[in-house]
Design a protein. Structure first.
Length: 58
């Protein structure tokens, strides 16, 4: 499975109204998901938050 294919599969876990925003964040390498899923309803760890903020700032 190619990179763009796997990135598109991540979108299935997000709500339809968020698909464009999620796609933008994935394509900008700001969010990656956990394996092949985004798990948007899971709790976020401090480490994950730090990585997210670092990717936005840098």
């Amino acid at each position: 499975m190619g990179l763009s294919q796997s990135r598109n599969n991540l979108l299935w876990d997000s709500s339809p109204y968020a698909a464009e925003s999620v796609s933008t964040l994935i394509n900008a390498d700001i969010i990656e998901g956990n394996g092949s899923k985004l798990n948007p309803l899971d709790k976020v760890t401090r480490a994950e938050t730090a990585v997210f903020i670092n990717r936005i700032v840098v």
